[in-house]
Design a binder for this molecule. Sequence first.
Ligand SMILES: C[S@@+](CC[C@H](N)C(=O)[O-])C[C@H]1O[C@@H](n2cnc3c(N)ncnc32)[C@H](O)[C@@H]1O
Length: 248
Amino acid sequence: MRFDVITLFPELFAPFLASGVTRRAYESGQVEVKLWNPRDFAPGNYKRVDDRPFGGGPGMVMMAEPLSSCLDAVMAARRDAAPVVLFSPVGEVLRHAAVEGWATSIGAVLVCGRYEGIDQRFIDARVTHQISLGDFVLSGGELPAMALLDAVARLQPGVLGDEASHVQDSFNPALDGLLDCPHYTRPEQWRSEGVPAALMSGHHAQIERWRRDQRLAITAAHRPELIDAARAAGRLNKADEAVLKKKL
Ligand SMILES: C[S@@+](CC[C@H](N)C(=O)[O-])C[C@H]1O[C@@H](n2cnc3c(N)ncnc32)[C@H](O)[C@@H]1O
């Protein structure tokens, strides 16, 4: 799997790619990441990549040609028909199901916008997918690109220390798309607070039931639409429904 990131700030990626548990995926090439700077494809001494918006107004717009030349070089190096993803508030908000799709794909070219955005003619001609990180505006597409790379890398086999780890995370279909349960660690008593008795019981079934109940209660309280989705998919059993009825 290979991701080519087109960014005016490739240096932002160095600490990200070298840190944390997902570093293994990038270093081993399990998730290969190549960085490309459109400035290297801009003509002239000034290597200009942006200009003022037609029609006036504040800020600058990324020019189509340096981006397009850069993308040509990426495609020539890849020699496949990789999707071209632009991070943009216009796109569909990134969710677990889409991350799972990217995690089993050939990868993609990730285009990071800056300034007021990118000349629309480049988007129309070359971009195949648009992804948003949420209903807010960032200064660039680099953080969304890192978010996608991180979410994809942690789903790769062997990347997390414990194979079962990501399967127990929020939104995972293995846990019926519910939110994660609370976690506790030592000390057993912290200030005036103890640890829920079920977790200290040593009974596997009791612990699992407690965790399931917590997932249900937290999801119902914070993201009730995820409960509706689990129910519609036939993923809630009678015991689950009884817990939900008691909590609500
Ligand atoms: C300052 S923003 C441009 C915002 C644009 N003028 C607008 O109002 O939608 C610069 C770049 O950051 C990225 N960006 C900003 N917010 C984003 C979001 N919520 N999701 C994904 N990318 C985002 C995009 O690549 C965008 O081109």
